[in-house]
Design a protein around this ligand. Sequence first.
Ligand SMILES: *Cc1c(COP(=O)(O)O)cnc(C)c1O
Length: 438
Amino acid sequence: MDTTATEVFARHESQVRSYCRDFPLVIERALGPYVWDTGGRRYVDLLCGAGALNYGHNHPEMVARVTEYLARGGPVQSLDLHTTAKAEFMSRIATDVLAPRGMDHVMQFPGPAGTLAVEAALKLARQVTGRTNVIAFTGGFHGVSLGSLSATSNPTLRRGAGVPLHNVTMLPYERRLAGIDSSELLDHMLRPSSGMEPPAAILLESVQGEGGLHVASPGWLRRVQRLAQQAGALLVLDDIQAGCGRTGTMLSTDEILEFDPDIVCQSKSLSGMGLPMAMLLIRRHLDQWEPGGHNATFRGHNLAFVAGVAALDLWRDGLGDRVAALGEAIGDSLRSVAAAASEVGANQVSVAGRGAMRGLRFASSEQAGAAQRGLYDAGVIAETCGGGTVLKFFPPITTTVAEWEGFVGVIGDVVLETARSVEAGSGQDVGRRLEQVA
Ligand SMILES: *Cc1c(COP(=O)(O)O)cnc(C)c1O
């Protein structure tokens, strides 16, 4: 069998496949920010498992601990039975995440996917309040199982549901509607006279990962929190993409004063090395599940617990300061790239996001797509979001500023090259002339 060819995927894999259409390489090996294809070509992976590989590929310490755990016969699957791996992970979440933030939340492991954390959060909020409606925001992405999908705005994904998606009211995310403060709109809608069903929960991301790296301001988040409290609705933070250090801190809202969600959903980088795991943090008095009232086979994956502890060790080791510096460097360098590209003819490029969760916003999806193709040709993998208009750059948060300067050098060259060919009327296949990133 030729494992270097892509025919097997084209012939045998469902049409549903997506990322691999833009990036058809066959990956053989991966380490840190790099992946190597079967021809030995190295790529810089700024797709980062869509945020599931914040600590890079195959972090050596995580690999060592998982390998050692297996070698000594540690159990892999255990439903929700007690294991030593789970005990250690939970103790470390309690001491390293909950205690310093003054959070008296309990942990729930709903199953291996992010969408399962959101499903559990919405289900619990509906049980606790006896209400059915949920408020979510335009541009939000919360997963593709039916409950989460109801709160997700992407029309292609919604069409995929095949049934009506009920019981969610969509309101504009902050600053998405010029001249309108959507927290005022929320305030208006929460009045009994509005006719809107009172919500069980208000569900939001602090930075919209798939929706275009829109950033909510601290003031807006606090206003939404206050309105949730007044309305008797649970505030649910979907921190699946923005959390685990992507914005610079373990929870994406750590630096937002007096913001204290009732439920936090985490997944993606929680296990540190891309092993599937999801977790909810639930304010203790809201943890009103019946024993067994919600279950799943894969509730907590012992290898993910083992690697997840190694990830928490990196934070004890000063990772927070290094991510803050990296985030600054990413912001500064992308601003220079955007400014240079915006000087070429009618191009309009700006920086989106915060911390190490950033990207470049283009005037059109054609321009972002041309830059994406140019980057791939130059050996850099980066996805688009926000309806294809924002190119997302997610280096591992363990990337040094010096490494990042190398990556952004290539990004700058390609984006400028793209801007010039867009100006010259051909946005196609730029970057073919650019050297592979050294
Ligand atoms: C990825 C993501 C999800 C869904 O996680 P899956 O593991 O893909 O089900 C939910 N919310 C946000 C913000 C995400 O980025």
